[in-house]
Write a protein that binds this ligand. Structure first.
Ligand SMILES: *[C@@H]1O[C@H](CO)[C@@H](O)[C@H](O)[C@H]1NC(C)=O
Ligand SMILES: *[C@@H]1O[C@H](CO)[C@@H](O)[C@H](O)[C@H]1NC(C)=O
Length: 195
């Protein structure tokens, strides 16, 4: 019995190592042959679920803003929702709500006012992870963000690295908003399904 247990333990450890190696192997971009090999091996792979929690810092003011206005329409200034305005962002993602909290990645992409009557942003961004576990992997988000509502739900439409072939949901909730500068800290919960 003890021997069987030991064997089982060895097998489990070996499998864990293989799984870790497989995870690390696709944490960064591979060449097309490797991606193909990975893809062809999927038929007997179960989907995994990864949950992430972090804070996004959308900084419009100060010496080094991370979101900048890049376009607007002729009617934007007259519109109650600033319809047509577009911002490009490279926002920090941190473990805790403080900007000094450990960095887990960045949200790179753009958002714009896409609704005429009530505030509804179109978010189109890549979450680019830089922490030890998911370094180099990305999740692509596309969704509607009615930023004045408490909870906003957006879609994960894909991913790379560890998050290849992702689908899933992100939920955003404003943690802090400066009504003068519109600097915001937004809490994100992510549920990603991937292989
Ligand atoms: C993430 O990857 C980059 C590029 O390969 C590397 O320079 C950096 O040190 C890595 N960071 C961590 C936390 O592993
Ligand atoms: C909002 O930003 C303004 C300008 O930087 C600053 O004076 C004010 O203290 C901030 N308000 C809050 C609640 O942080």
């Amino acid at each position: 019995m003890a021997k069987i247990c030991l064997t089982a333990t060895v097998v489990v450890v070996a499998l864990a190592l293989v799984a870790t190696a497989a995870t690390l192997a696709h944490a960064e971009a591979d060449n097309p042959e490797k991606v193909d090999k990975w893809f062809n091996g999927l038929s007997n792979t179960k989907r995994k679920t990864t949950r992430l929690h972090f804070y996004l810092h959308d900084m419009l003011s100060g010496k080094s803003p991370t979101a900048v206005r890049i376009a607007e329409s002729t009617m934007t200034k007259k519109s109650p929702t600033q319809f047509g305005v577009v911002y490009m962002m490279d926002d920090a993602l941190t473990e805790g709500p403080e900007l000094e909290s450990p960095l887990v990645g960045r949200a790179q992409g753009f958002y714009g006012s896409a609704a005429i009557e009530s505030l509804g942003l179109l978010m189109n961004m890549n979450l680019v992870f830089t922490g030890p576990k998911y370094n180099g992997s990305t999740l692509s988000i596309m969704g509607r963000n009615p930023a004045l509502e408490t909870y906003r739900e957006m879609s994960i439409v894909g991913g790379t690295g560890i998050f290849r072939l992702s689908s899933g949901i992100v939920t955003a909730k404003t943690y802090f908003l400066n009504l003068t500068t519109f600097d915001a800290v937004v809490e994100y919960n992510v549920i990603a399904m991937h292989y």
